[in-house]
Design a protein around this ligand. Structure first.
Ligand code: ZN
Length: 318
């Protein structure tokens, strides 16, 4: 069975997924980018790691939470009836392991918030929105031009250092029905500004959250003298999308989730799980849902990393 589940996500905090590199240009701690477009992204591996850890909490499978191998408590259980190992895969010492049945793609930028003289607007491109599943009707824009869903807007638009020229006002954007009713969508639906792809990259990269912070001395707990560092992050209220693919190749060989011992609510020992589930996509969602409260990526202690699921739906299903 193959299912492609699309998630539309929104950051509730700045999100910093570091490259691990230091001193690149003006920032000390830079974030992961797509090689081709130079746009920031949230790697699928980061989302998958967070989803695994949080799902393991909910299903009370703490030993299966981490990446495996080095876990102090013996590594993954590796049981075919374990929702965490079945979904995300398992590694068990010298016995090897099993691949998971779900993969999470990198979350790509969809709507990027920018301050303008008329308040916040969300910038995107027609191709990006279409790729994420929106139906967009808009005139084609060249470099320096924009089209918008701002009602009755025909004036140039000032985005800080950039003055954009309007190109028609007959832009409409629609998405799947589930999104139309969401209040978070209503807040941005009439504040979209669509530009061409090269300008989008420039606007994003010059409007990233860039902050200066002090290093804390781990021994004294005090700020290190003179140890300031600058870091960047995807700002709060950024919309992204990610595809989660369930490829349940094991169906037919292992009767999961309809196991004789496992009814989807209890584990093999008859102990109640924290969550009911029917398939690996449910397990992923149970974990991703907690990212809204617990966050993903670095600097969680500084109030970073919370991401909310706005809507998800099956794009294809076989
Ligand atoms: Zn397990």
């Amino acid at each position: 069975m193959y299912t492609l589940q699309r998630y539309i996500l929104m950051t509730l905090d700045p999100v910093h997924i570091g490259t691990g590199g230091y001193r690149l240009g003006r920032v000390d701690l830079s974030i992961v980018r797509e090689p081709g477009t130079n746009l920031p992204k949230i790697p699928g591996t980061s989302l998958s790691g967070a989803a695994r850890a949080y799902a393991a909490m909910r299903y009370e499978k703490q030993r299966c939470a981490g990446p495996g191998q080095n876990n102090l408590n013996g590594g993954h259980c590796g049981l075919p009836t374990c929702p965490i190992c079945y979904t995300f895969g398992s590694i068990k010492g010298s016995e090897g392991g099993n691949a998971g049945t779900v993969s999470i793609a990198d979350a790509q930028l969809l709507l990027f918030p920018v301050h303008s003289l008329v308040g916040p607007v969300w910038v995107s491109t027609v191709s990006r929105m279409k790729e994420a599943g929106f139906t967009v009707t808009a005139p084609e824009v060249g470099c320096g031009e924009f089209t918008t869903t701002l009602p009755d807007w025909s004036k140039p638009l000032n985005l800080g250092w950039l003055l954009l020229t309007p190109k028609g006002d007959d832009t409409t954007v629609e998405l799947v029905d589930q999104l139309q009713a969401k209040t978070s969508w209503k807040a941005v639906a009439e504040r979209l500004v669509l530009v061409d792809d090269s300008l989008f990259s420039q606007i994003v990269n010059s409007n990233l959250e860039v902050r200066t912070s002090v290093s804390i001395d781990p021994l004294t707990g005090a700020a290190k003298k003179g140890a300031l560092f600058i870091y960047e992050a995807i700002p709060r209220a950024t919309w992204l999308w990610s595809d989660v693919v369930e490829d349940d190749y094991r169906i037919g060989t292992k009767p999961w989730p309809v196991s004789k011992k496992f009814d989807g609510e209890k584990d093999n020992a008859g102990k109640l799980l924290g969550e009911t589930w029917k398939n690996p996509l449910d397990v992923v969602k149970s974990g991703l849902t907690l990212v809204e409260h617990l966050g993903v990526g670095g600097m969680g202690t500084r109030g970073f990393g919370r991401i909310k699921i706005i809507v998800d739906w099956a794009v294809s299903h076989e």
